[in-house]
Design a protein around this ligand. Structure first.
Ligand code: CTP
Ligand code: CA
Length: 229
């Protein structure tokens, strides 16, 4: 899929990728999390490394080994993920494939919360930082190409367009994860790429997550080659 010229273009360029879920502690033994296997983000890291890029993968807790040739940094929470992303800058490309927990518990217990006669505890939640938006809206040191993901269960195009605008990123890779598609946690994916200032999305047919990754990396290489011509 990747032409030799595209490999040359990405050689040595720094690419940052977030992947997997985040875990937000309730107490030392419990957490809040999103469903995410990390497969798509890891596949992008592998594809970018294969294209010669200098890849930093910032990963939440997943059952996947560190990919060869990729600098992998493991984190647990959204706040840790943001700190690791900021520490990895500057990069030329930043791809936010992580399923970040939108909320964390305001005051995580230092000790295990015990069941008691008072019934279930009321958890006060606070919103986590939006890592993608924070990086996309940086005044200085913004990566030239910032790519977000949008996993939607309905109104895919409408939600993806709104996210592209709201988060200030350049592309949104949108996919339909409604249970009927069977995509969640599986090995294949059908995505549409929404590009800033481009009316129609690029709709890709269903393919393996590995192929989505290779095609995305090839698409990124194309962008660099057309902007340096
Ligand atoms: N994202 C992020 N930090 C967050 C939440 C989301 O970096 N705290 C990134 C994801 O990695 C993804 C994009 O933002 O690239 C969209 O995530 P999504 O959960 O679809 O968007 P939200 O803005 O959180 O909207 P909602 O969950 O309400 O659909
Ligand atoms: Ca979210």
């Amino acid at each position: 899929l990747l032409q030799p010229a595209q490999t040359q273009i990405l050689k040595g360029r720094r690419v940052l990728i977030t992947a997997g879920p985040t875990h937000e502690p309730i107490d030392p033994v419990r957490y809040i999390a999103n469903r995410s296997s990390g497969k798509q983000g890891y596949a992008i890291a592998v594809a970018a490394a294969a294209a010669g890029a200098d890849v930093v993968l910032i990963s939440g807790p997943v059952n996947l080994p560190d990919p060869k040739g990729v600098k992998t940094i493991r984190v647990e929470s959204a706040q840790e993920m943001l700190a690791a992303v900021e520490a990895a800058l500057p990069t030329e490309v930043a791809i936010f494939a992580a399923a970040v927990a939108d909320w964390r518990v305001a005051q995580a217990g230092a000790q295990k919360i015990k069941k008691g006669k008072d019934g279930a505890p009321a958890l006060e939640l606070v919103e986590n930082p939006d890592i993608l938006a924070t990086i996309a809206k940086r005044a200085t040191g913004r990566p030239p190409l910032v790519i977000g993901f949008a996993a939607e269960t309905e109104h895919v195009a409408e939600n993806a367009r709104a996210k592209l605008a709201r988060k200030g990123c350049d592309w949104i890779v949108a996919n339909d994860v409604s249970p009927a598609t069977g995509i969640m946690g599986g090995d294949s994916n059908a995505v549409q790429i929404f590009i800033k200032d481009q009316e129609a999305p690029e709709a890709w047919p269903a393919m393996s997550k590995t192929d989505v990754a290779a095609r995305l990396v090839a698409r990124i290489a194309d962008t660099f080659s057309s902007s340096t011509e």
